[in-house]
Design a protein around this ligand. Structure first.
Ligand SMILES: *[C@@H]1O[C@H](CO)[C@@H](O)[C@H](O)[C@H]1NC(C)=O
Ligand SMILES: *[C@@H]1O[C@H](CO)[C@@H](O)[C@H](O)[C@H]1NC(C)=O
Length: 473
């Protein structure tokens, strides 16, 4: 026992005798001692004793810990059932909870979770001892726990004030003006609702992603969907593409790979208030293929597709499959500079003499095989994909691994571009997070300088459901 621990045990002994209640002290810090004194409960414990602990409170405490770990680097568990719990005051408070937990792949484990709360430390230590699993040590700050408790104590108008404050900051940051007070009130209500969604995403995050206020924070999900624009593929029909030939990769795949560092990816573009993601996904793919083939990085025109691709529907959505065929039929793509983006459908003014790249076909990568995607990517270039954009509305960075129920692989509604992959290691948490690097078309202010990192390996948000590429002529 170190000197601090010894000193604090002495302190707790002292306070414990005076208050007869140290369990709350451990959670809320010595500052709250006055409050704790009046709160004798079933959970009062004597120093050194090993006392049964109310299961409901144990469950709440465990939930707070799990939320906190989820905000950080994990591990990620959900509570299935709490069997029993005990509390012991040794140096700080040690809560031992016997519970069934679900891990990130939804596998149940019977675990004993030990939560050490030491009021003189800013972090709580959490130890997971699950049957047939290595012991996992994790730490999280106790700050949120405090904040949460404090906000519970506050009256409603306080939290309204807080939402109002956040909303005001949001308006300033994103230059949002509303035409009337009524509209502002409506937007504030949506914003408030979105704060709850953000909380839910953070609480259920299995990767390292953070969700928060973005430029889409005052939009309903219907309005947000207008910024995506991928149509559902008719699964009963052939796509019109050929099956991709995935190269038999000799040797091991690189652990990390990024076409951005090989000058095959143009700057992040912005589709604006227009459901034209499909066009950006396709130009991104062709820009990559073109760079690999000709050694020159050029930007190609989305607007040409908005104006001249008659199968797709410009700002009302489209499919990459259709766009490849359209480029072949139109006779190629002009450069971005020659046919600049206007975020709305105009008259087609394609000029064949300015067509700089031709497409002869497109390929479909095997569905649900992320290894095949890696191999194809490394050998051929960036890949167009369809993705469920549910977790992207409030994405602020990190490796996004949302709970499956929040991001089904069936609802692909956004077209984007996979430009690479990598792995994040968290040795202290016995955790590694493999990810895809995804180029989005919402400008460089969104996400990680315009990019999204999404978990790789379990078809998160349908990342490998609709992977395609053009074949240049
Ligand atoms: C097409 O582009 C060429 C080369 O810039 C130009 O000479 C020609 O006038 C253009 N044709 C039309 C119909 O605009
Ligand atoms: C996935 O693709 C790889 C590479 O083409 C192949 O070796 C493997 O058998 C595929 N896996 C499945 C489950 O189809």
């Amino acid at each position: 026992m170190n000197i601090y621990a010894a000193a604090t045990v002495a302190l707790i002994l002292l306070l414990g005798q005076a208050a007869g209640d140290v369990s709350h002290l451990a959670e809320e810090g010595v500052e709250d001692a006055e409050v704790s004194r009046s709160r004798r409960s079933i959970n009062d414990v004597l120093v050194g004793d090993h006392k049964p602990y109310d299961e409901k409170q144990a469950r709440e405490q465990l939930q707070r810990s799990l939320n906190k770990l989820t905000e950080g680097e994990g591990p990620h568990y959900k509570i299935l059932k709490v069997y029993s719990a005990t509390r012991q005051v040794v140096s700080g408070t040690l809560t031992r909870i016997d519970a069934d937990l679900l891990d990130s792949s939804a596998t149940p484990h019977r675990c004993v979770v030990e939560i050490w709360a030491q009021p003189w430390l800013t972090q709580h230590e959490v130890i997971f001892k699950c049957r047939n699993q290595p012991v996992v040590h994790a730490r999280h700050s106790r700050a949120a726990e405090w904040a949460e408790k404090k906000s519970h104590k506050k009256h409603n108008h306080h939290s309204l004030d807080k939402v109002e404050h956040l909303f005001h900051k949001f308006q300033v940051r994103f230059g949002r003006r509303y035409v009337s007070t009524a509209e502002r009130q409506m937007r504030l209500r949506i914003f408030r609702q979105n704060l709850k969604t953000i909380e839910e995403l953070n609480a259920n995050e299995m990767g390292s992603a953070k969700y928060g206020i973005t430029e889409f924070a005052d939009m309903t999900s219907t309005e947000y969907k207008e910024r995506t624009g991928l149509w559902q593929r008719d699964e009963a029909k052939a796509t019109g593409g050929s099956p991709a030939v995935v190269p038999a990769y000799s040797g091991e795949l690189p652990k990390e790979f990024d076409w951005r560092s090989k000058n095959a990816v143009t700057g992040v573009k912005n589709q604006g208030q227009c459901g034209s993601c499909w066009a950006f996904s396709v130009t991104g793919n062709i820009e990559g293929l073109y760079a690999l083939k000709y050694g020159e990085l050029k930007e190609f025109s989305e607007q040409e597709l908005l104006d001249c691709d008659t199968t797709d529907s410009a700002c009302n959505g489209g499919l990459m499959d259709n766009a490849y065929k359209a480029i072949k039929d139109i006779g190629g793509l002009e450069y971005e500079a020659e046919y600049p983006y206007e975020a709305k459908k105009k008259q087609c003014h394609f000029n064949k003499t300015m067509s700089h790249v031709q497409v002869k076909d497109f390929v479909d990568l095997p569905k649900g095989n992320e290894t095949a995607m890696q191999e194809w990517l490394v050998s051929n270039g960036p890949i167009s994909i369809g993705i469920n954009a549910n977790a992207m509305q409030f994405y602020r960075g990190g490796v996004s691994h949302p709970w499956k129920a929040l991001c089904s692989k069936k609802n692909l509604d956004h077209g984007v571009l996979v430009v690479g992959y990598g792995v994040s290691d968290y040795p202290n948490y016995h955790k590694t997070l493999p990810y895809w690097i995804v180029k989005n078309s919402w400008g460089p202010r969104w996400g990680e300088q315009g990019y999204y990192r999404v978990y790789r390996g379990d078809n998160t948000c349908g990342v490998s459901e609709m992977a395609t590429s053009a074949v240049l002529a």
